[in-house]
Design a protein around this ligand. Structure first.
Ligand code: HPA
Length: 276
């Protein structure tokens, strides 16, 4: 079975159960999945029930697709994602995003929890992703290219859509929210970084570091889906704070930032709905 056949069979399963055809997709990162509970007239399908999709094994990730209206706009939300460090293949990691693309999503808002490297960042800050650095040592497009998804060598110059970034900044300003901006460096994890790695990543130009997003964004861009990325800075990266890093700290900060995160995303989603 080809990857395209897997994606089509998963999308067909979902399409049979959900009538709505949202153009906006939302990937909700660690601890940020609660936003999906604000979706009205929600219809949910568990990854575990969808052919070829995998359930997330990580605390803070629910593992289902939810369709409905968020602040007036039809959306698909991925409530939880699977990560490369869970042992899944890159194809597994990006399959839900490809399924959303197959279902007609043309704009993807990708969110995550990340460690802050930029000395101006505080835990609880929200950061618009301006660009990324792929440090996974892998790429979801390795292997035979399926031209039905996209080209062999997709351009990544504007991986994070400039118009969507301008829209996010306008929404933040109107809402009086502080929105940082910077480069997200993606690593496989699951160990957190060493202080030496963080110093190296800073020299490379990273403002935030995390264990997701990069594969999904590559797959989305491959399919021509435009992308907006938002990181919730949950901690200062290794060596920049006195305490050791922990998933508990990450989860606690997402709870603290949830209000601002929701205001930002709800505002962006409403504007996207007006664009039609
Ligand atoms: N490093 C990697 N991933 C993360 C971090 C971090 O400091 N915080 C949240 N996700």
């Amino acid at each position: 079975m080809t990857e395209r056949e897997r994606v089509r069979s998963a999308a067909a399963y979902v399409a049979e159960r959900v009538a709505l055809r949202p153009k906006v997709g939302l990937v909700l990162g660690s601890g940020l999945g609660q936003l999906a509970d604000r979706i009205e007239d929600a219809v949910a399908v568990s990854y575990a029930d969808i052919p070829h999709l995998q359930a997330s094994t990580v605390q803070g990730h629910r593992g289902r697709l939810v369709a409905g209206r968020l602040n007036g706009t039809a959306v698909w939300a991925m409530q939880g994602r699977v990560h490369y460090y869970e042992g899944y293949t890159m194809a597994d990691v990006v399959r839900p995003v490809r399924v959303l693309g197959e279902l007609g999503v043309t704009t993807l808002i990708v969110t995550n929890a990340a460690g802050g490297l930029n000395p101006g960042f505080q835990p609880g800050d929200l950061m618009l992703i301006s660009d990324h650095i792929n440090f996974f040592g892998a790429n979801p497009l390795i292997g035979p290219n399926d031209d039905a998804f996209g080209p062999r060598f997709p351009d990544m110059t504007n991986a994070y859509d400039p118009e969507l970034r301008a829209l996010a900044k306008a929404v933040a300003e109107e809402a009086g929210l502080v929105l940082r901006e910077g480069v997200y460096l993606g690593v496989s994890g699951p160990s957190y970084e060493t202080p030496a790695e963080i110093r190296a990543f800073r020299i490379l130009g990273a403002d935030a570091v995390g264990m997701s997003t990069v594969p999904e964004v590559i797959a989305a861009r491959h399919m021509g889906v435009r992308v907006l990325g938002i990181s919730c800075i949950t901690n200062l990266a290794a060596g920049l704070q006195p305490e050791p890093l922990s998933h508990e700290e990450v989860m606690e900060t997402t709870v603290r930032a949830a209000g601002n995160f929701a205001r930002l995303v709800l505002g962006i989603v409403a504007r996207l709905g007006q664009q039609g």
